[in-house]
Design a protein around this ligand. Sequence first.
Ligand code: ANZ
Ligand code: ZN
Length: 790
Amino acid sequence: MNYDHFKIEKNWQKAWEKQEIFKTKYPSSRPKFYCLDMFPYPSGAGLHIGHPRGYVASDIISRWQRMRGFNVLHPMGWDAFGLPAENYALKTGIQPQISTKENITRFKKQIKALGLSYDWSREINTTDPNYYRWTQWIFIQLFKKGLAYEALLPINWCPSCQTGLANEEVISGECERCGSKVGKKEVRQWILKITQYADRLLQDLDFLDWPERIKEQQRNWIGRSEGADIIFETENGEKIKVFTTRPDTIFGATFLVLSPEHPLIEKIKGRISNWSEIDDYIKKAQEKSEIERADLTKEKTGLMIRGVRVINPANQEKIPIWVADYVLLSYGSGAIMAVPAHDQRDYHFARKHQGEIKEVILGGDITKEAYLGKGVLVNSDFFNGLDSNVAAKQIVKWLGERANFSVNYKLRDWVFSRQRYWGEPIPLVHCDQCGLVSVPENDLPVKLPKVKKYQPTGTGESPLAAVSKWVKTKCPQCSAPAKRETNTMPQWAGSCWYYLRYIDPNNNHHFVGPKKERYFMPVDLYIGGAEHAVLHLLYARFWHKFLYDLGQVSTKEPFQKLKNQGLILAEGGEKMSKSKGNTISPDELVNEYGADALRLYEMFIGPFDEAVAWNKKGIIGTRRFLEKVWRLKIRKGQGDDRLLHQTIKKVTEDLEEFKFNTAISALMILVNEWTKKGTTKDNLAVFLRILYPFAPHISEELWSSLGNKKALSGQTWPKYSSDFIQEQVITLIIQINGKVRDRIQVETGLSREKVEKLILERERIKEWLKGKKIKKVIFVPGKLMNIVIE
Ligand code: ANZ
Ligand code: ZN
């Protein structure tokens, strides 16, 4: 019989669905395992082969954990609000509600064709009013706790998307969505106080089993800096507060720098003798983005404010004030004490503008560059000779009322409102009498009305503002005529808590039932792309901590373990993108080679977290492997198979470490061996159990053809017998300069590096090598290692 993947895969997918094999049980006496994928945005382009890399991995782990006795929760859903659907509506007039539904249908079909073991009864969709009812509910809790506030501030504004953006959505000055240069605009908006959680968001990272680079990105984004606020005074007594991380360098502060927006400038304007110049400079600075201004590689511009000077509180010296746009108003106090000798930006600035460079910390050569390190103080009066850390503390204390220890964060509050249509309406009402009133929880959801025009108004109001029938409402408190809030939430809102809804998707009284929440949380394994490091992954942690404080969830963190899949690149090595026309859809591959072959290839292609280029030949290879499995000859007899046991061990260990590629290559080695000599029925049955998580359809089919009545999906993970694992041991001769000096017993097949390490650790050998230099090491596997010394 031929390996007819098409028939086999369809049949098993139907059978699994009919038997509800992947439905998560609740209650259950088994321990749970919550395996979560980052849910996709159902774009019009459909699934591309990058998606399944994560989905197949999480499916392998889910199937494997079920076999190991866990009650696995493995759900899928749709992150379906967002700009593309709305932009599509703008172009075609087709409602986002309709196009989104179509896209979901397509995505779901594609995902199902891969044989992924989701519990579809828990499917969620962030645009479903029954879902966003609870997104709105959480927003109301934030509002009631004072963590959501309204403000009129200049925010990041994308001129092409015509909406405000959060800092996290601005990537090197450009809109994360469309790549347009982001500007500033003053808009009324809703802001979430994520900064109130900065410390906990930082500290709790330590307890997470996440890739170190993602944790580091979050740490840097939160950007906690310890230092001091120090007050300087002008000759006329106006106070200027600066934030510094290096109070120990205060004697080297040879000028002060104000950010162009600093309010003091306006106050002292009358005394500034070069005001028109300064005024000009300030206006120009307004046109630059913060990112441009903070860019270390760019020239530092600035101007001296003439006519006003300040007094350095440490040594009473009168020093000049500058205005420069590399100082940002949004950080610290918007003013700095410049210490050119020990700060890189100040150094360049002083060099360029003939500022004084005064060394106060020993350790570098300030004629060449700033010395940024710590060290012993000089030129610092009675603090001379002290070490930086000690001096910093003493100086702050010595300055008395003029200084305070303080902490600053780079993290800014989260600009949460969007001036667009396709998002959750913010559930608030503006009443002339009562002010801002939240919609009563029983009246949720505030449904998104259908509109005729999706065109953003560009005035800072969403298209909803034009739907007057919807906007006009009654105040929930005093019943007077009132207006609805017309801003919508950003796409991140729905993904801040979706993992909780999967636990209890149909609960009409609560966003998640507390008992179920306690059983299923936290997410044990979360798989997705690394691009979410400081967006989704930070926002979701914030909401989760907030819900924890409300007593609504039982864990401090949502995602215990995180794994990032690497990108799949086009065959040439460049990024796949719709605009380049080099994307590959899984559909044809599934048709031609089968879902199992595609699954195997996506995992075999390279280490899971590394970017790899697609290669058509690869899938032909995994297809051939499956054909070999299909044709394996069964010979009579019984008896254990050493290589089989070794393979079970290898695959088990590799799965624990996310090494799917090497696990598959172990399976291939075994099948090659069996292709030559055949195998017994019992051994084949064991093999199918370890092949199953990777290639479930063919495994089920062969399993049933062996006469098994119950599906392979319900079987347990095989154990290996250690009798077959004990490696054989051999004796190696150790020579030094060709003379036998020692012998050592090692496992066969041990690598050169390992053997060398074992040998160099031996006391006898250490004795021989004492004081000698090793020139080279000759290794004859299975026989000897010869160390050549001088
Ligand atoms: C004097 C000094 C001397 C500084 C020295 C550094 C080294 P992080 O680590 O990023 O927190 N700074 C303070 N506010 C600023 C602002 N609004 N815009 C630009 N720069 C600002 O860095 C804190 C340091 O960045 C502060 O410490 C200050 O320069 C500068 F040898 O003060 B420092
Ligand atoms: Zn944009």
